[in-house]
Design a protein around this ligand. Structure first.
Ligand SMILES: [Zn+2]
Length: 462
């Protein structure tokens, strides 16, 4: 708590200068060497050659030599631990700091709750330290699941769905989030009402809806749901492959043998033509295609942030999946086809966005967001294109491109300073030299100190 208070105190000078720094502005593919970037309050005041930009008297000077400034990162698919029902909201400041310490300065919360809207107001008002939040609605589901912690709106009829869309718009949520068991009539009502209300629809696509209808509706698709279904010899008619909840169903995995990869370019073209953006959450869904042993998971540097009750719950889930998991061949094909879709979407000019889906199944905020953008590179994107998925692309989708997602004078000074050039190796972003947001500079040592305190508290289960 002391650390948090220290960060909230306005103790630093008004102007910060990143001196002689490399800048990746993300406005187009270019790298600016030997720049000085002046930040005043929460705004970028000046970007120019170090030889030309004078550092004002009294400014905080941060040595940029050999270092790179990139825009703050955005996690387009995040949840809080408390969304799972068994964690107290009291941890949320620590969770948000785990985002910030990883350079995540904007996050879209994918299953909203009224508390999230409250926290957003408190962050914007300066009473809490956290990333800029965008909040999807409570999840719309055709029926309650996961009781007693179902955190959403049950939408069984078109009338109920339409009313729920109107209410969410009124409550101030940024988009409508769909999860599971959505019937086609309910889907149609959600889409029509959302269009009337001027609110976008995002999330899962179910088998009863299918990708062609989602494309027509303009839904922003998460997890590449229903993409593999498009590779089935007869994609229509309710035939299922492996997406959404069906990863847990052993009956869905044999379909992987019949998927026709030669259809991928045509499907990607269709998606791009429809203007649909995607958050593939590759790293998270690799959970179901890559055998991650307990030892591997325990070796992850972020494992220390899991509480004992979290580990219990998700280790149970991991073991449950071992009972339904597919053959090595099917698992590998699942991973390869999803990567092939990501590459094809990118090659066809489609827009991809990075999302961690933390804290699902041992994924954790910025730590896994970094893995996500690295996985995009494994899938075939250039490092620059991968970085776009966590900076410029989300800013465009969120409608804040004039203000964030790129480095330019007048933009918000949400910035990450990395050692070396991250375009040589995106892992350089994993341990920022420091993070700047909302007029504050959070240096590496403050990040480490707070991370250690959070790990100790979470390990103690407090
Ligand atoms: Zn999610």
């Amino acid at each position: 708590m002391l650390h948090l208070l220290a960060l909230l105190l306005p103790s630093e000078p008004e102007v910060t200068a990143f001196v002689d720094v490399r800048v990746i502005p993300m406005d187009r593919e270019r790298v600016l060497e030997h720049q000085t970037v002046l930040v005043r309050g929460d705004r970028i005041a000046r970007v120019g050659p170090a030889a030309e930009v004078a550092v004002p008297e009294g400014a905080r000077r941060i040595d940029g030599a050999g270092r790179t400034l990139v825009p703050g990162l955005t996690d387009m698919h995040a949840h809080f631990l408390c969304d799972f029902g068994f964690q107290p909201d009291a941890r949320v400041d620590d969770e948000m700091f785990l985002m910030l310490g990883n350079g995540v300065t904007t996050a879209r919360l994918m299953i909203g709750r009224p508390e999230h809207l409250q926290w957003r107001r408190e962050i914007d008002g300066g009473a809490r330290l956290g990333p800029r939040l965008f909040v999807a609605s409570p999840q719309f589901s055709g029926r309650r699941y996961g009781d007693p912690h179902f955190n959403g709106v049950e939408v069984k009829t078109p009338e109920a769905a339409a009313a729920a869309v109107r209410q969410c718009k009124k409550d101030g949520y940024d988009c409508i989030k769909l999860t599971f068991f959505i019937s086609r009539p309910v889907y149609d009502a959600v889409v029509a009402t959302a269009r009337e209300e001027g609110i976008r629809v995002v999330g899962h696509v179910g088998h009863d809806v299918g990708l062609p209808r989602a494309l027509e509706a303009g839904q922003q698709v998460e997890h590449l749901d229903e993409f593999l279904e498009m590779l089935l010899p007869e994609p229509a008619g309710g035939r299922t492959s492996v997406s959404g909840m069906s990863v847990w169903d052993p009956r869905s995995w044999p379909s992987v043998d019949h998927l026709d990869a030669s259809r991928i370019p045509a499907v990607a073209e269709q998606v791009v033509q429809a203007g649909i953006w995607n958050t593939p959450t590759l790293f998270y869904l690799d959970t179901f295609g890559v055998r991650r042993s307990r030892e591997e998971i325990q070796s992850w540097p972020w494992y220390r942030f899991f509480t004992p009750d979290y580990v219990q719950k998700f280790e149970d889930a991991r073991l449950r999946f071992l009972e339904v998991q597919p053959s090595d061949e099917r698992a590998a094909r699942f991973v390869a086809l999803r990567r092939a879709f990501v590459k094809a979407l990118w090659e066809h000019g489609g827009k991809l966005m990075a999302g961690s889906d933390a804290p699902e199944l041992f994924c954790l905020y910025g730590f896994t967001l970094h893995r996500e953008i690295q996985t995009f590179v494994e899938a075939g994107l250039t490092p620059y294109a991968a970085l776009e998925t966590a900076t410029r692309n989300p800013a465009e989708w969120l409608g804040i491109a004039g203000d964030a997602g790129t480095i330019a004078e007048g933009r918000r000074a949400d910035l990450v300073l990395a050692e070396g050039n991250p375009l040589d190796d995106l892992r350089r972003l994993e341990r920022p030299v420091g993070v700047r947001l909302r007029g504050r500079w959070i240096p590496r040592d403050a990040i480490e100190t707070r991370f250690d305190a959070i790990a100790a508290a979470f390990q103690a289960g407090s």
